[in-house]
Design a protein around this ligand. Structure first.
Ligand SMILES: [Mg+2]
Length: 311
């Protein structure tokens, strides 16, 4: 799991002296990024993805409220917590800021300890929120992405593929004879098999290339954006080979064998109106066919319904 060591705070204020004062207060707790205007602040928020933004209300050009409004309406910045900083002591301004979604409101003149304490509190909350988000997306046994994360990822990649007219490949893999393995050696050993298979799958793609997730039970998915069928098949074959080479053998009711996987695959360039659910079903139906026709093989979905076993 990624551990964020040092958090980032973006300070947006039109007066250099304020930027200096605030960065001196925060330097101990975070990396500080400075912006001298609302426009520059929005650009830096997108570029640096800070954990927290301190935003001055009174600025020429884009004032704090308008800056906040734009940050909230951009998906790249909409969830970053914002603390307003202002010399205005009218309660209506504080109310307006909080209603716009500010997480806090600090008044000038700045008190060193108050600024530090509030920023520390919000950085801590941000850290906890990110950790919870990570945990909500991870399968605890294998540390792979879980089905929830897969479903978010595939919808996003599906939309991207439609937008840019790109192909998208999906592999659905299932460990063969896993029930026999569990019956033979117990669930603790079965869990070890799941972990080892997960490690093999995770090792097949580089970070940012795609997503490997545990779909449920002994079923896994590999999403490969912009991978042609040929490239995806190469990954699938490598997965099968590496899993066989783990040499996880079993012997059950007179049957002996090694742990293998069956794979169903699909590659499409989706069009507007195509359904992402059908995409999964196509790969999954090929997986079922692979299981029913001897296991330890890859079957690929073809739009013209000609399925070719490539093993
Ligand atoms: Mg100002």
């Amino acid at each position: 799991m990624t551990v964020v060591n040092r958090q980032k705070v973006l300070v947006i204020d039109d007066e250099r002296i304020n930027l200096k004062i605030i960065s001196d207060i925060l330097r101990e707790d975070a990396d500080v990024v400075l912006a001298i205007s609302g426009e520059q602040g929005i650009r830096k928020a997108i570029e640096y993805k800070p954990d927290l933004i301190l935003l001055d209300v009174l600025m020429p050009g884009l004032d704090g409220y308008e800056t906040m409004n734009r940050l909230r309406h951009d998906v790249r910045t909409s969830t970053i917590p914002v603390i307003f900083i202002t010399a205005l002591d009218d309660a209506s301004h504080e109310e307006k800021a909080l209603l716009m979604g500010a997480c806090d409101y600090i008044q000038k003149p700045l008190n060193h300890n108050i600024v530090q304490a509030r920023v520390r509190l919000h950085l801590q909350l941000t850290k906890q929120r990110k950790l919870l988000e990570q945990l909500a997306n991870i399968d605890p046994l294998t540390a792979l992405a879980n089905r929830r994360r897969y479903e978010e990822f595939i919808v996003r990649e599906w939309q991207t593929a439609i937008q840019h007219n790109e192909c998208l490949s999906l592999l659905v893999l299932d460990i063969d004879n896993f029930k026999q393995y569990n019956d033979c050696y117990g669930h603790a050993t079965g869990d070890k098999v799941l972990k080892r298979v997960a490690t093999v799958l995770a090792g097949q793609i580089k970070p940012g290339e795609g997503l490997v997730a545990r779909y449920g039970g002994e079923e896994f998915v590999v999403v490969l954006p912009r991978f042609s069928q040929q490239e995806a098949e190469r990954i699938a074959k490598k997965c099968m080979l590496d899993i066989e080479e783990l040499n996880l053998s079993y012997s059950h009711q007179g049957q002996t064998g090694q742990v293998t996987v069956s794979v169903g695959g699909v590659c499409v360039s989706p069009l507007v109106g195509d359904l992402v659910e059908d995409f999964f079903d196509k790969a999954d139906s090929k997986l079922v066919e692979a299981k029913n026709s001897g296991k330890n093989k890859i079957l690929w979905f073809h739009s013209h319904e000609l399925d070719i076993s490539v093993k």
